[in-house]
Design a protein around this ligand. Structure first.
Ligand SMILES: Nc1nc2c(ncn2[C@@H]2O[C@H](COP(=O)(O)OP(=O)(O)O)[C@@H](O)[C@H]2O)c(=O)[nH]1
Ligand SMILES: [Mg+2]
Length: 247
């Protein structure tokens, strides 16, 4: 609990057996009320390990839905569990769980609806081993997207995020993509709805198990970011409102 608010951490898992234990062990369970793991039909023993670790709520998909589809289950379950503050943390040990209190307190302060952990502030991304092409892509997409969205975020592509329950509910995330562009559509919609998005700086770690998205998937993701930004631009000018931006 933080300021009498229920704090739920969600772990969207996919083949996370090598990193889940370390991630879970660093979650500050003194302030986190519930941890929910959703498994997107992993091919490894993620589920068995999650049970062994005693994770309080574990859900499995009957078939692989994708990263966005997995997050939809996470957030639905967190809202069903009456969470007030929801934090998504990747179980691939890429982002440090140690920042959970900082992010949760920023949300609890009621100054922000969403808080993202930026790997760009503090210049940690390259030091943490982010491949140069991902770093350059991240910077260019962020610059382009800020321009079209009228925002000033240091990045849109982090997978470490905190939300108020009200903001998640009002985003209607069920209309977002089941694929990797879910994250980007979510932030675009939040800015479209003039939500208050804050940032904290966060180191990042790139190692084999923490990163499976290769060059071609990154290109596909980049093109979807461009599309999302253009859809936002059209919607703002009332030319055409894409489904994911509708209320
Ligand atoms: N549900 C689901 N999640 C996936 C899939 N592929 C990757 N992920 C997850 O998506 C997140 C981002 O992918 P990752 O490979 O870590 O990307 P990177 O760290 O940005 O290079 C991680 O939490 C992965 O576990 C998939 O096919 N399905
Ligand atoms: Mg990763």
């Amino acid at each position: 609990m933080i300021d009498n608010k229920k704090l739920v951490v969600v772990l969207p898992a996919y083949n996370a057996v090598k990193t889940l234990r370390q991630t879970y062990q660093e979650i500050p369970l003194d302030i986190v009320d519930e941890v929910i793991l959703t498994d997107d039909k992993s091919e490894d023993a993620t589920i068995e390990l999650a049970r062994e670790l005693g994770i309080s709520k574990i859900l499995t998909h009957k078939k692989n839905l994708g990263y966005g589809g997995n997050q939809k289950t996470c957030y639905l379950k967190a809202l069903e569990a009456n969470a007030d503050i929801i934090i998504m943390l990747h179980p691939d040990y890429q982002y440090t769980p140690v920042l959970i209190p900082a992010m949760a307190h920023m949300i609890a302060s009621q100054l922000y609806d969403i808080v993202i952990a930026s790997r760009i502030i503090g210049n940690g991304a390259l030091q943490g081993g982010m491949p140069l092409y991902k770093y350059i892509g991240n910077r260019m997409l962020t610059f382009f997207q800020n321009l079209l969205l009228g925002s000033k975020l240091t990045e849109f592509h982090t997978g470490y995020r905190a939300y108020t329950a009200e903001s998640l509910r009002s985003l209607h995330f069920e209309t977002f993509s089941d694929d990797f562009s879910f994250d980007n559509q979510l932030l675009a919609k939040a800015i479209y709805k003039k939500m208050r998005v804050g940032e904290v700086s966060c180191p990042t770690r790139y190692f084999e198990e923490a990163s499976s998205i290769g060059f071609s998937a990154s290109i596909k993701y980049g093109l979807q970011v461009v599309k999302t930004s253009i859809q936002f631009w059209f919607a703002r000018r009332k030319i055409y409102v894409a489904d994911f931006l509708k209320d």
